[in-house]
Design a protein around this ligand. Structure first.
Ligand code: NAP
Length: 259
């Protein structure tokens, strides 16, 4: 299927590795030019070079912390007008509901709610003026089914989801389509670090920790960044113009719910 987005330009935040990189790769495979972002310049530059070499698209890497005002300003300046925005950032740390203080919530809200909102506010008006745009926010399965130790993530991502539900319906008439992608467990560094935590806490090997977690997923395995990126590319495609303000769960069936 031709996604009809060859020649468009996308800003993919937090994309030197993992799910963000998966999205960038699949957009590049469709001929989309990219602005990539992460804090670490070395991995980011290597990813940019690999995508350029494989797909022949223009790739502009911007090393910056997307959760800071200064970092966003640098990314937005380098990006200019874009047709597609993929919002992503690292997730908040795990913990316990009694322990989080105001500053912990503010940091989580800044990273996983207010940063994507700031980028939507900066870039969607231009998309509306040009009559076409796509925004995909990488959130989490925790929006549908809370993960107890990730209360900061449960809270911040629910806030973004509410904002998107209202905003997406106000901009769709101008050709701008906003949706959320909800990852379950995917084979990225984040999953490795969660498995390492379990392995250390319970005195089991990493393989045992991974096997145990995979067994909780009906698909029997972790998702891949490529699968995730393919869903993202579809939501950024010409064919997604009637999918507005939705929350697409990519979790191998892990959330046990009818709807
Ligand atoms: P990952 O493999 O650790 O990759 C994270 C990427 O984001 C890296 O490129 C990292 O590069 C960049 N990044 C992190 N913080 C950043 C910041 N402040 N500014 C700019 N770039 C930043 O993580 P992932 O698994 O792809 O996860 C992506 C998001 O999905 C996270 O919010 C995570 O909580 C969520 N999620 C993941 C899973 C999963 O199973 N993987 C499940 C549910 C939700 P630098 O470190 O160099 O900045």
């Amino acid at each position: 299927m031709d996604l009809g987005i060859s020649g468009k330009k996308a800003l993919v935040c937090a994309s030197s590795k993992g799910l963000g990189r998966g999205c960038a790769e699949m957009l590049a495979a469709e001929g989309v030019h990219l602005v990539l972002n992460a804090r670490g310049a070395e991995t980011l530059d290597a990813t940019a070079e690999a995508i350029r070499a494989t797909h022949g698209v223009t790739v502009t890497p911007v090393a910056a912390d997307i959760t800071t005002e200064e970092g966003r300003a640098r990314v937005l300046e380098a990006a200019g007008d874009v047709d597609i925005l993929v919002n992503n950032a690292g997730g908040p740390p795990p913990g316990s509901w009694q322990d989080w203080e105001r500053d912990d919530f503010i940091a989580a809200l800044d990273a996983n709610m207010l940063t994507p909102i700031a980028l939507i506010k900066a870039l969607v008006p231009g998309m509306m003026a040009r009559g076409w745009g796509r925004v995909v926010n990488i959130t989490s399965q925790s929006v549908k089914a809370p993960i107890p130790v990730l209360g900061l993530s449960n809270a911040a991502r629910a806030g973004l989801t509410g904002y998107v539900a209202g905003t997406s319906r106000q901009v769709a008439g101008k050709g701008v389509i906003i949706n959320n992608l909800l990852p379950g467990i995917h084979a990225t560094d984040r999953a490795v670090s969660l498995d390492r935590g379990v392995s250390e806490q319970e005195g089991i090997t990493m393989d045992e920790a991974k096997t145990r977690r995979a067994a909780t997923i009906p698909a029997g395995r972790y998702g891949t960044p490529q699968e995730f990126g393919a869903a993202c590319a579809f939501l950024c495609s010409q064919h997604a113009g009637f999918i507005v303000g939705q929350n697409l769960l990519l979790d191998g069936g892990a959330v046990n719910a009818t709807l």
